[in-house]
Design a protein around this ligand. Structure first.
Ligand SMILES: [Zn+2]
Length: 340
């Protein structure tokens, strides 16, 4: 098959790779129906995160099961499935507590490379969730979003304890931040404040449930949130960027006793001890345990209660994956969907 490889900054190639095969008896092989480019793929693409030599790319996927290993009991060939970007056994104590992304046997799907027509998924029974039947084509973008950005936004809103009567601030207007707004609304938040400077993203934020838009960042953004909340700060703040500025903006925008859900992969973030000490907030975050939320998210999508697939504003044939990266890097696209 041909699949996506990153050779170095800006150097994405769609080239010959070995066909994935069952390696372990708990594996499944999927015929990928759709994959996409993640905001986190842009870190190595921009040379901010280092890679050691050419690396397969892509960790978000939906597809049809082609073949399963001899120990796979629940997932069957022919099913349409969605899986998390971390494979997990879903049985160990960490999984049972709802933190499947940190499963004792967690495997990164990125190492397999989902931006390809075929994909090996380890720990298939623990990782994959099947839809009730083959989905209509128009649901595929939303189902794909559940594989990462929707699940990650959901975890962030949950970790920030979004809920009825709460004011929720979302720092970051990428696909994850936008999906956190869908989550906050579903969780019953009273007020959802999007931090965004981009017109197209502000529009989507409002569609997803934001009640207010704030354009200021850093300390100005914090002052604005304090202003809007009677000087107290928000109950719940989602951090979906991963920079020093966004992390401190999130912490300082939270009222004492409030909750920060942080899911932006951090780059160079250092938290000053005294700021943390006086903030008096709950910090909860990390790689989202998307698997925990998949059954609920698939149900909401299947019944057309939410439409997170709207975050994909560019759709390309898989072989044009390099243009998909360029468009996101240059902010011409929020998120690129790829069709084999
Ligand atoms: Zn586990």
């Amino acid at each position: 098959m041909r699949g996506t490889m990153l050779y170095g900054p800006g150097d994405v190639r769609f080239e010959e790779r070995p066909d994935p095969k069952i390696i372990e008896s708990t594996d499944a092989i999927l015929k990928v129906s759709a994959a996409c480019v993640c905001g986190s793929d842009l870190w190595p693409y921009r040379g901010i995160a280092q890679i050691d030599g050419p690396a397969p790319m892509g960790h978000e996927y939906v597809g049809i099961v082609e073949e399963v290993g001899s120990d796979v009991k629940h997932i069957k060939p022919g099913q349409f499935v969605v899986g998390s970007f971390w494979a997990s056994d879903n049985t160990c104590p960490i999984c049972q507590a709802g933190y499947q992304s940190r499963c004792v046997d967690a495997r990164p799907i990125g190492a397999e490379g989902a931006q390809a027509p075929w994909l090996r998924v380890p720990l298939a029974d623990g990782t994959l969730v099947a839809t009730p039947e083959l989905p209509p084509d128009d649901l595929i973008p939303s189902l794909l979003s559940a594989s990462d950005v929707l699940g990650t936004g959901w975890f962030a809103a949950d970790a920030a304890e979004a809920g009825p009567g709460k004011t929720v601030v979302v720092v970051g207007d990428g696909a994850v931040g936008l999906c956190a707004m869908i989550a906050a609304r579903q969780m019953g938040a009273e007020r959802i404040i999007a931090i965004s400077r981009h017109g197209d993203r502000q529009q989507l934020a409002l569609e997803f449930g934001a009640t207010d838009i704030v354009t200021e960042r850093g300390d100005d953004g914090v002052a604005k949130i304090k202003d809007m909340t009677g000087g107290l700060g928000a109950h719940s703040v989602v951090e979906a960027v991963g920079t020093q500025e966004s992390m401190m903006q999130a912490i300082h925008s939270t009222r004492p006793g409030g909750h920060v859900g942080f899911v932006g992969v951090t780059h160079g973030v250092e938290l000053p001890g005294m700021d943390l000490f006086w903030a008096t907030v709950h910090l909860h975050g990390g790689p989202a345990p998307v698997r925990r939320y998949l059954p609920e998210l698939l149900d909401l999508i299947w019944n057309r209660k939410i439409n997170p697939g709207r975050v994909f504003d560019l759709s390309l044939p898989l072989e044009q994956v390099a243009e998909g990266y360029r468009a996101m890097d240059e902010r011409r696209a929020i998120k690129t969907l790829l069709r084999p």
